[in-house]
Write a protein that binds this ligand. Sequence first.
Ligand SMILES: [Zn+2]
Length: 127
Amino acid sequence: MSEEVLARMRRKFFPLYLIGLLASLIFLAHLVLNYIYTGKEQYLTLSMLTGLFSAYLAYSLAKLLRTKIPIYSYRKVVRCTQCGYEEEAEAKGGEILFENAGSCPKCGGEMIVQKIYRKKQLKGILG
Ligand SMILES: [Zn+2]
């Protein structure tokens, strides 16, 4: 899954579950009150069903909130061959290990690409 898919899921499903859950909870409260005031059995049966449905929605919502997907970014470390000064930045692609990466801002010596690595970050539904 990419970040874009995650954003789409967030936009689409999160409000749906939330509205569904709120609506079924209001409906449930209404049924329970009806049962208390009228004492009719069918309100109790309906409120049990609605209760189950609300619990299912709450569970789905909790699962959605717990979902985390890994987002990868590429980083590079450039290091001065003269003084050892290091800089870390996002790799833009096309970098080659140990290639020249400009001159050192501290001593003017040659900087080389020391490391290129992939950084993993976990992102949840709500960002
Ligand atoms: Zn230097």
